[in-house]
Design a protein around this ligand. Structure first.
Ligand code: PGA
Length: 244
């Protein structure tokens, strides 16, 4: 089990160029242990060239929030992983619930994206998570296993999974420590057994802030967080990165 912590900022469709410069300048000043912590920023596409330039010669890494499942072609409005690679993106978030919901992304499309991203030597951060209805109906383990089964290739050396229950994204609701541990264990066992994957980076995402981050990291064995709203706040990021 990897002990490196991944702190992934999902800026979503936020920040303009001026705000981006300000936030990156703030992030550059945060002193964190870059041998044990990776600080990965995933901005919207048009900010990637700027972020990529601003983080040169720093210990900050850049990633993307999505890409198309084909390298090139007649796909109006989409973005190619080839260009993300040229922009120095080391990670791509795939299968975020907002992509599944608003862009009708299926497990099958997500799997195609994962395969393509891997073929470019980039690391996919694969999101899974259940709806509130699934949790209330006690279907959440089935739903998560299905997503893992459908979206993840067999036999990878290493995989990054972000567990993001849909009901916790942007709501301030966070699962209990026991609930996170349950999904972490389920994911580890499932991937070992059915995909022959032994190396897992398991991230939690959904209403993460500095306070609940510390609680989660102190009381679980997980490898970091995928952070939306709080990733836009320099004080929260300062506490999160220096705690790692
Ligand atoms: P949130 O978003 O931290 O604002 O809940 C997390 C995410 O959607 O990745």
């Amino acid at each position: 089990m990897s002990q490196v912590k991944l702190i992934v900022s999902n800026w979503k469709m936020n920040l303009n160029f001026i705000q981006t410069r300000k936030l990156i300048n703030g992030l550059k000043k945060i002193k964190f242990n870059s041998s044990t912590t990776k600080n990965i920023i995933c901005p919207q596409f048009l900010l990637i060239p700027l972020v990529s330039e601003l983080i040169k010669k720093t210990n900050i890494l850049v990633g993307a929030q999505d890409c198309h499942q084909n390298t090139a072609g007649a796909f109006t409005g989409d973005t190619s992983v080839e260009l993300l690679k040229k922009m120095n993106c080391k990670y791509v978030i795939v299968g975020h619930s907002e992509r599944r919901q608003y862009h009708n992304e299926t497990d099958d499309i997500i799997k195609q994206k994962v395969d393509l991203i891997l073929s470019f030597g980039i690391k996919p951060i694969i999101c899974v998570g259940e709806s509130l209805k699934d949790r209330k109906n006690k279907k959440y383990t089935k739903v998560i296993k299905e997503q893992l089964s459908n979206c993840i290739p067999f036999g990878l050396n290493n995989v990054i999974i972000a567990y993001e229950p849909i009901w916790s994204i942007g709501t301030g609701l966070v699962p209990t420590i026991e609930e996170i541990v349950e999904i972490h264990d389920l994911t580890t066992n499932f991937l070992k057994k059915s995909k022959k994957i032994n190396q897992l980076n398991f991230l939690y995402g959904g209403s993460v802030n500095a306070d609940n981050f510390m609680d989660i990291m102190q009381n679980t064995n997980i490898n970091g967080a995928l952070i939306g709203g709080s990733s836009l706040k320099i004080n929260e990021m300062n506490k999160i990165l220096t705690f790692c």
